[in-house]
Write a new protein. Structure first.
Length: 175
């Protein structure tokens, strides 16, 4: 698949893979679901055209997709550059959020007390991977149940509520 990337949208061309197929565009910011849907649509159109070909005569229909083309489109994701961008964005966001966090301080203290830093590292790593997996699975499920706008608004209201509760506790402790 040939792709071009700009900040506002991702465009994918099925012409490079399926000859005589229409250009397929999926407008989204790093949305693999839209991309796969567009590829599936292009594949379906190509398969409809190839259904008119005589059975056992692939040379009679040059625009019929080969098995390799079908696998490539079916298994294609949003592209390496887009996936790398998502990975790096996630890594740096979580890394910066965790620097100096209570988790890091707890690991620091446990490592100093236990005299087994590698065991503490492995335990902390397993715990962070588990909580991250839970967050990813919950986020994936919530994205199927709620619209992105509702999910974003709900998360913002939840964080605002937590901030207000912490502020209330702080000001009450001063009095």
């Amino acid at each position: 698949m040939e792709s071009t990337t700009n900040p506002a949208s991702l465009s994918y061309s099925a012409e490079a893979t399926l000859t005589k197929a229409p250009v397929v565009q999926a407008t989204a910011v790093l949305d693999p679901a839209l991309h796969l849907e567009a590829c599936a649509e292009a594949l379906e159109q190509s398969l409809k055209r190839s259904a008119q070909c005589p059975a056992g005569f692939p040379d009679a229909c040059p625009d019929a997709p080969s098995d390799a083309m079908v696998r490539e489109i079916s298994n294609d994701s949003i592209g390496f550059k887009a996936e790398l961008q998502i990975f790096l964005s996630t890594f740096f966001t979580i890394f910066l959020a965790e620097v100096g966090d209570k988790t890091q301080l707890t690991v620091l203290l446990m490592s100093a007390e236990s005299q087994s830093p590698w065991v503490v590292f492995l335990g902390a790593g397993a715990a962070l991977i588990s909580t991250s997996l839970f967050g990813v699975l919950l986020g994936r499920w919530l994205s199927t149940q709620l619209s992105p706008k509702t999910l974003e608004t709900s998360a913002g209201l939840l964080l605002l509520g937590i901030s207000l509760m912490l502020g209330w506790e702080f000001f009450n402790s001063l009095a």
